[in-house]
Design a protein around this ligand. Structure first.
Ligand code: PHE
Ligand code: FE
Length: 292
């Protein structure tokens, strides 16, 4: 629980872990932090993100002067794709998370990072959740993908294959890159909301950049504490959505039997490679050692 969120403790969540945003309780300084993060990120991203991301940002008017009021976002989002943003405490159980996605509700945190955490924090705050995730929910195919993912999560729990499905989320929703006519672009929320990784992910020679392959991704390890050592690239959201339409049951059965995990620096014969990374950043100790 964040220190700058004392009201959470006083509020008992409902059975599906929803709490109220209580927008009026945000302090001026918290709104100022949002504005600073927003303008910093816009100027760093320039046109590094996919066009769909900017379309979403504009459609939702996320720059209305401070931390967005979910009630305002939800009116527009409902019209566009039927999605809603809801407020939840930091950690919610996996099945509750999937249940929300399956019903087109995106769970977001309420607290915003402090000035000392402008560049990095491991737990998602409202800037990551809303600036990072919500713009693409205005896009019909991505919106469908997220709903399908939620339903898939409930199935993965039954197969005891959550870690395989979690890797898919990680390498697409959080850290996905797109191959466009104008070169590689960012769509993952973990990247678009990060000052440093939005440069690193596209420009640094260190990480591997490989074309997306469903089972490859589901068997690939990832790191939660530093820049990724691998990014997976899709040609389009359609390609991503179609790859995930098949029944994962047989895939889960195979994966449970083999328990295979590829490492962070592996490049397989079957990989389609955009960049064979030097891994220099990770080898030098990482954690922004030489981050641009
Ligand atoms: N097709 C998957 C299944 O059968 C569900 C899924 C869809 C998972 C989209 C992730 C993304 O379990
Ligand atoms: Fe996220």
């Amino acid at each position: 629980m964040a220190i700058n969120d004392p009201v959470i403790a006083a509020q008992t969540p409902t059975a599906d872990f929803q709490i109220e945003q209580r927008w009026r309780l945000y302090k001026d300084e918290e709104h100022a932090i949002w504005r600073d993060l927003y303008s910093q990120q816009i100027s760093i991203l320039k046109n590094r993100a996919v066009p769909e991301f900017y379309e979403g940002l504009t459609a939702l008017n996320l720059n209305e002067g401070g931390i967005p009021n979910f009630a305002h976002i939800n009116e527009k989002l409902m019209d566009l794709t039927g999605w809603q943003v809801i407020t939840v405490p930091h950690l919610i159980p996996d099945d509750i998370f999937f249940e929300h996605l399956a019903n087109r509700r995106f769970p977001a945190g309420r607290f915003i990072r402090s000035r000392e955490q402008m560049d990095y924090l491991q737990e998602p705050d409202i800037f990551h959740d809303v600036f990072g995730h919500v713009p693409l929910l205005t896009q019909p195919i991505f919106a469908n993908y997220m709903e399908a993912y939620g339903k898939g999560g409930l199935r993965a729990l039954k197969y005891d294959c959550l870690k395989n499905l979690a890797r898919l989320y990680w390498y697409t929703v959080e850290f996905g890159l797109m191959n466009t006519d104008e070169g590689l672009k960012i769509y993952g929320a973990g990247i678009v909301s990060s000052r440093t990784e939005s440069i690193f992910s596209l420009d640094d020679p260190s990480p591997n950049r490989l074309h997306f392959d469903l089972t490859r991704v589901m068997e690939t390890d990832y790191r939660i504490d530093d820049f990724q050592q691998i990014y997976f690239v899709n040609n389009s959201f359609e390609e991503l959505f179609e790859a995930t339409q098949q029944d994962f049951g047989p895939i889960y059965e195979k994966m449970s039997a083999s328990d295979n995990v590829f490492g962070l620096t592996d490049i397989l014969d079957s990989d389609k490679v955009y960049t064979k990374g030097t891994q220099a950043y990770a080898q030098s100790g990482g954690r922004f050692a030489k981050a641009s």
